[in-house]
Design a protein around this ligand. Structure first.
Ligand SMILES: [Zn+2]
Length: 643
């Protein structure tokens, strides 16, 4: 590395340390990682993080890190034979009060505390510090010497893997041949990014529509205005006979017409272009109380259970239009018994304030936040009164933020941005604004739930599929992992940071191929080889896939096109388990009891089918990059720090 780059690192440390120190306790592990690398101060690690031990090794001369031992699951999932919907043993009411202030829910111990505005201390990042830190990282990724440095390191990582492959390919293969029982087919794979409303393929949906028509044509399924319509009447109004339907006329598959047209893609959720059919078949809250949608999901779940080794993390929507959404979603989940051991649920919140505002459904942005988060606080404080939500939340592992990222926003996010209560214009807030307020509320909620001994939630937004590079910076500060990450291609500094911090990325090259980026140009292979923590996911099997096993289709196409080795594929599968919301117990079972340890020690080859040579290579390479950085820091600050 050049002296110039070393100097840059030094300057970064000086210019950013104030905020890093101040806020480190409330940021995500990735941000803390950055903090670890760039600052040399005593601090305490709050999370157990896969690579902390590695960092510890390099920081130990200067930094005192306390590593918390990996705790058992706060809330293990029900074992076989237990009732997953049991309402026994629900915790008592805490009698706390709630109030939303500057877009963030505050908790008060009693009415008196509320009156005196003395909120219960549940840490979260404040807007001003977040905005300043954001601008620091933005300055960093635009800095010339830093860009050159990262670009060169990334090139080096790519070439180094190429060399590793040439030297060790056969040795890796030999190792895998010796593993008894385990092969690519029976390693656990998690579909880390999939939307529930599109989790079945087009043929499946078609067959389901035809079956319901054959068996229940006279059932009332829709209320339009004051008129109740039977399934037969719905199809009569659409002038079609379900018997004649084909996947072509169903028209839910994305194709050439959707490229760079997210609007057209969104309309593909309407079978035959009819929103009535979406309402009947793909919604949880409709005249038939989401029965058909639940059936479809359960059929998908049954296939996963049969395949045994595949799991999925489908997203269900909470829009923030009304405060009753959680109650009805939870009731749907319990009533139709949607839980499956092979599925963990994520909640997606679409960024569509502008639509609700134009329909005059909400007065300000704060109302959306309140509708999304307040019911969760209420169910945490008084689960007895919100039993359904309380039970449903056991199976929810995180939040997602979704919508078309290529939509431009005129507003520049800063600490001067209007507070959510004051955000009353018709314009949609920018991506970063959504991310910050979701993250801050999740943070407060998690801290409250941790104190109650309840499960907490990850933040896993869609990010870097299209649009501004700023999105990836906001996610780096807040997210546990992201979906897509394509735009990391455009920023060497961010890509290198995502590598160093091992921020997991759920990639969906088939989805990208229909929407934003041709398959052959997809950076997945490049990212994987450099050592970024990537997994494969389907996004929307209904729109993109052809076969019954959409996730396998995804792996198969990637393997064919990029000539991925078995070890590559199993490494991706292992990454998918690591980054999923599965419980600690399950992860231990699926990828090995020591999976939290770094390097080959953390790998159980009999479960993952990933060669130890590969694990050692990844570990040594990451250590090498870290020691490179640390040497640079040492040169500049080692002596002064020692003094
Ligand atoms: Zn998606």
């Amino acid at each position: 590395t050049s002296n110039e780059s070393r100097e840059r690192l030094g300057q970064l440390e000086l210019s950013t340390s104030r905020h890093f120190i101040q806020m480190s306790a409330v940021y995500s592990t990735h941000f803390q990682f950055l903090f670890c690398i760039l600052t040399l101060h005593q601090r305490e690690a709050l999370h157990d993080f896969a690579h902390f031990k590695t960092i510890l090794l390099y920081l130990s001369p200067w930094v005192h890190l306390t590593l918390l031992s990996s705790s058992a699951d706060i809330w293990p999932y029900p074992h076989e034979g237990e009732d997953p919907y049991s309402m026994e043993g629900i915790p008592e009411d805490l009698n706390y009060e709630l109030q939303i202030k500057d877009g963030i829910i505050h908790v008060y111990e009693n009415a008196e505390a509320l009156k005196q505005e003395q909120a219960y201390r549940l840490p979260y990042p404040d807007l001003e510090t977040f905005a300043i830190d954001l601008s620091h990282v933005l300055a960093m990724i635009a800095d010339g010497p830093t860009k050159s440095y990262c670009h060169r390191r990334l090139n080096f990582l790519g070439s180094k893997f190429y060399l590793h492959e040439m030297l060790n390919e056969m040795a890796e293969l030999k190792e895998l041949k010796c593993v008894p029982h385990r092969d690519f087919y029976n390693v656990r794979k998690v579909d880390t990014h999939i939307h529930a409303a599109a989790c079945m393929n087009q043929k499946h949906l078609l067959r389901f529509i035809q079956t319901t028509y054959q068996t229940e044509a006279d059932r009332v399924v829709l209320e339009k205005g004051n008129k109740k319509l039977t399934l037969k009447e719905v199809f009569d109004n659409l002038h079609m006979d379900p018997y004649d339907l084909t996947v072509d006329s169903l028209d839910v598959h994305a194709g050439r017409q959707t490229f760079h047209r997210f609007d057209k893609f969104n309309s593909k959720y309407n079978p035959v272009g009819a929103s009535e059919l979406r309402e009947i078949y793909l919604k949880t809250d409709n005249y038939i109380k989401g029965e058909y949608f639940a059936c479809l999901i359960k059929e998908v779940a049954a296939e996963l259970e049969e395949s045994k080794y595949q799991l999925a993390e489908p997203r269900l929507s909470i829009y923030g239009r009304s405060a009753s959404e959680w109650e009805s979603l939870a009731t749907w989940f319990i009533q139709h018994k949607v839980h499956s051991p092979n599925m963990r649920w994520m909640i997606q919140v679409p960024r569509i304030y502008d639509i609700f505002k134009s329909k005059k459904l909400i007065p300000s942005f704060a109302k959306i936040l309140e509708n999304v988060f307040r019911p969760l606080f209420e169910a945490t404080i008084n689960p007895q009164k919100h039993k359904a939500v309380h039970v449903f939340l056991k199976y929810v592992t995180g939040f997602d933020s979704v919508d078309d990222e290529s939509k431009h926003s005129d507003h520049m996010f800063s600490y001067k941005s209007p507070k959510p209560e004051e955000w009353t214009t018709d314009d949609n807030p920018p991506y970063t604004y959504y991310l910050f307020y979701m993250y801050a509320n999740i943070m407060v909620l998690n801290n409250l739930r941790k104190q109650r001994g309840l499960n907490t939630f990850l933040f896993r937004p869609h990010c870097g599929e299209a649009g501004s590079i700023t999105h990836l910076v906001s996610a780096f500060l807040t997210a546990d992992n992201i979906s897509h990450g394509l735009n990391l291609k455009k920023s060497p500094v961010l890509q290198y940071l995502y590598y160093l911090a091992q921020v997991p990325i759920a990639m969906s090259p088939l989805s990208n191929n229909s929407l934003f980026l041709e398959y052959s140009k997809n950076p997945l292979r490049e990212f994987l080889h450099k050592g970024l923590c990537v997994s494969l996911s389907t996004d929307d099997p209904m729109q993109f896939h052809y076969t019954k096993e959409a996730l396998m289709e995804e792996y198969a196409i990637a393997a064919q096109l990029w000539k991925l080795s078995t070890c590559d594929l199993c490494e991706i599968a292992r990454n998918s388990v690591l980054q999923s919301g599965l419980s600690h117990e399950e992860k231990k079972h699926f990828i090995g009891a020591n999976y939290l340890q770094d390097g080959p020690k953390g790998n159980d080859i009999r479960r993952t089918n990933v060669a130890q040579i590969r694990m050692a290579y990844r570990y040594e390479t990451l250590c090498n990059e870290l020691s490179f950085l640390m040497d640079a820091v040492k040169t500049e600050f080692g002596q002064s720090s020692a003094q």
